[in-house]
Design a protein around this ligand. Structure first.
Ligand code: BG6
Length: 491
């Protein structure tokens, strides 16, 4: 990551006492400061409704940094960082004069980033007040708004939200966050694709059999039951993180690396996703919800038993599906997606399975060869895995040869957290790793086709045990097409 120019700035978080602030934003800002990627002069202003004693809150935040930051916090480093934290208590909906208080605190900074880590229904109101109180759209410095997902709850609400906020500020000042775009290996997708003559010429329906995007978690909904029960995996992961990964894997080469050029190509892919109807949804989508089970040796509750989750909830915590991208490059190539909570392992990877050569059938020794695979390992390990066929030394037997590059194993490299990059790129005004409205509009529209297709369809939940690899129907989905899900650990 490059450092920013030496700009002073204030980083203001709405939702300053929330989970995201504690687990991601503060640890990320701390690491950025520690690695000297920020200007010396900056302030972190946390806006919240709760009464907080600043010193106590700082102690709480230090614990979060110790737990969640990839960098350790030495006393003097924490001292330096904690001096920059200000807590600004007010109700950002009901207390209009709270914005004057905020204006006072910010009077030393013309460059301001406002991070909205609150529910979507508050976005418009906060942005409007920021403008009314002249905290944004100023003649000097930069003022930008970072908006955490979800951007709306549906196609309809996202459209309305976007209309409302773009009446107040222009698109170029809005940074819609999808933290997956800040992950190093996601950033690497374009370099791998467009930097290697051994891949790009083959990156199409002539040579690729299928693409799998797998993102599984061992955690359940934790303390976010109320949010999750109204969201489910389709809105929580598929509509955003997964479709963004898919767009980067499937897009055409951009004419240059300008943010708009990259976004222009991504949006074409999202526009080419074949929407589902009732029939195709039933055939190609498997949904699930976790039951009790054992994860990492510990007994865990069923989804319906989680805090602030409806006891009879039908919310999905798992999805597996086949997506078609209807364009020239990808005609006939299935994109298989699997994502879920409380599964047997945490991991995100993108697997490109190449087609077998026709000649293979004529050579008996080649018949059992494995397909060529390229695996982009996003997390927890970062790296690349490549499987090809070669002859076993001293014999005629063909066997898979594996080349494994583990980026995160390098001792000279401590991979930045996604939120570090997200924050840094917003300061640098690099919108390439944020989602443009039209990308979101197509993603929501795809989500709507799924939602509409399942209208009134009730699954028998729960249908998979925590700690398992999901509902058995997910395995069937590929098996019936003569394929399997590739499991990174078994390659
Ligand atoms: C968030 C979702 O956007 O991404 C969470 O709301 C999910 O439910 C998380 O757990 C996964 O992120 P990561 O970086 O841990 O893979």
């Amino acid at each position: 990551m490059e450092n920013i120019p030496n700009n002073e700035f204030a980083f203001v978080v709405f939702g300053g006492t929330g989970d995201l602030t504690k687990r991601k934003l503060i640890p990320a800002l701390f690491s950025l400061m520690k690695e000297e990627r920020l200007s010396d002069k900056f302030s972190v202003v946390l806006v919240g409704r709760r009464d907080k004693d600043l010193n106590d809150y700082k102690k709480e935040l230090l614990e979060c940094v110790k737990t969640y930051s990839r960098c350790n916090a030495k006393n003097d480093e924490w001292e330096l960082f904690s001096e920059k934290i200000v807590y600004c208590k007010f109700d950002f909906i009901d207390e209009d004069n709270g914005y004057d208080k905020l204006a006072n605190i910010l009077s030393f900074y013309e460059n301001r980033i406002f991070y909205l880590a609150v529910a979507p229904e508050f976005f418009e109101s906060i942005i409007r007040r920021l403008k009314e109180h002249k905290l944004i759209e100023r003649k000097t410095g930069f003022q930008r708004i970072m908006i955490e997902k979800p951007f709306g709850y549906s196609l309809e609400s996202a459209r309305k939200l976007n209309e409302d906020i773009t009446k107040i500020i222009p698109e170029k000042k809005i940074f819609r966050v999808d933290h997956y775009l800040g992950k190093d290996m996601i950033q690497n997708i374009l370099s791998i694709r467009f930097g290697n003559s051994i891949f790009e010429p083959l990156w199409n329906q002539n040579y690729i059999d299928n693409i799998q995007i797998i993102s599984t978690e061992t955690i359940g909904v934790e303390s976010r039951g109320a949010y999750y029960d109204n969201t489910g995996i389709i809105k929580d992961m598929l509509q955003n993180h997964i479709l963004q990964m898919l767009a980067l894997v499937a897009m055409e080469p951009p004419v240059n690396l300008e943010p708009e050029s990259i976004r222009n190509e991504k949006v074409k892919v999202l526009n080419a996703l074949r929407p589902f109807d009732k029939k195709s949804a039933m055939e190609n989508i498997v949904r699930g919800q976790y039951d009790r089970g054992i994860v990492n040796g510990e007994e865990v509750l069923a989804y319906r038993e989680e805090e602030r989750v409806d006891k009879g909830s039908n919310t999905d915590t798992f999805i597996a599906l086949k997506i078609n991208v209807d364009n020239f490059r990808w005609a006939g190539v299935p994109f298989y997606i699997k994502a879920g909570k409380r599964l047997d392992r945490k991991g995100t990877e993108i697997i490109i399975q190449f087609k077998r050569l026709p000649g293979i059938n004529f050579y008996s020794s080649l018949k059992n060869s494995k397909p060529d695979l390229l695996v982009i390992r996003v997390q927890p390990e970062e790296g690349l895995f490549f499987q090809i066929n070669a002859k076993r030394p001293g014999s005629d037997i063909i066997e898979p040869v594996k080349m494994d590059y583990c980026q995160s194993c390098r001792i000279d490299y401590n991979s930045p957290e996604a939120y570090e990059r997200i924050i840094l790129e917003a300061i640098r005004n690099n919108s390439a790793i944020f989602t443009r409205w039209d990308e979101l509009e197509y993603s929501w529209s795809f989500e709507k086709s799924i939602r509409d297709s399942f209208e009134g369809v009730i699954e028998k939940y729960p249908n998979y045990a925590s700690g398992s690899n999901g509902p058995s129907k997910a395995t069937e989905l590929l098996k019936r097409e003569g394929r399997i899900w590739w499991d990174r650990d078994k390659l």
